[in-house]
Ligand binder design. Structure first.
Ligand code: SF4
Length: 156
């Protein structure tokens, strides 16, 4: 929902703090996820993630969430799906050239990033191209799996 999406960006600092705590918990539960089976969890977790993030961010379920690097403004709502900043068509009032009634998601992203503790640094990180094979999958589970692997490797 557009108004909720904008609310989330206005509260990007609180969203960041909540997400960091949530992510720590999800990564810590990796042994449980493994026991149940990541693939078995995929469908129900992705469905739940879609409801929660769809409401808060108009999430499009790209499966590789970049919200922490985009000021809590989902860049997949850009009509051109730009993942690394705005195109040259942002209107003088900060709205999108394709959807004149919508704020450019990257104008929102910059504003949101300024409200975050790490957002000002992370918004400068170049995002790799979207991997369409991950569409519809849970990015929460992806983060849990990827970060747990990194943690295990670092402990060796
Ligand atoms: S970046 Fe991807 S996973 Fe994150 S909110 Fe946007 S569409 Fe959803």
């Amino acid at each position: 929902m557009y108004s909720v999406r904008r609310w989330s960006v206005r509260h990007a600092g609180a969203m960041e703090r909540f997400y960091q705590a949530f992510e720590r918990a999800v990564v810590a539960l990796d042994p449980l996820w493994r026991r149940i089976g990541y693939e078995r969890l995929e469908k129900p977790v992705a469905a739940f993630e879609k409801v929660v993030k769809g409401f808060l961010f108009d999430c499009q379920m790209c499966g590789q969430c970049a919200l922490s690097s985009t000021g809590m403004s989902c860049s997949m709502n850009c009509p051109k799906s730009l993942r690394n900043g705005p195109c040259g068509g942002v209107r003088a009032n900060g709205n999108c050239e394709v959807k004149p009634d919508m704020r450019c998601v990257w104008v929102e992203a910059f504003e949101g990033s300024q409200r975050m503790r790490e957002g000002q640094a992370t918004i400068r990180v170049v995002q790799i191209a979207v991997d369409r094979r991950l569409e519809g999958r849970s990015s929460w589970l992806k983060v849990a799996r990827d970060k747990a692997v990194l943690k295990t490797e670092a402990a060796r």
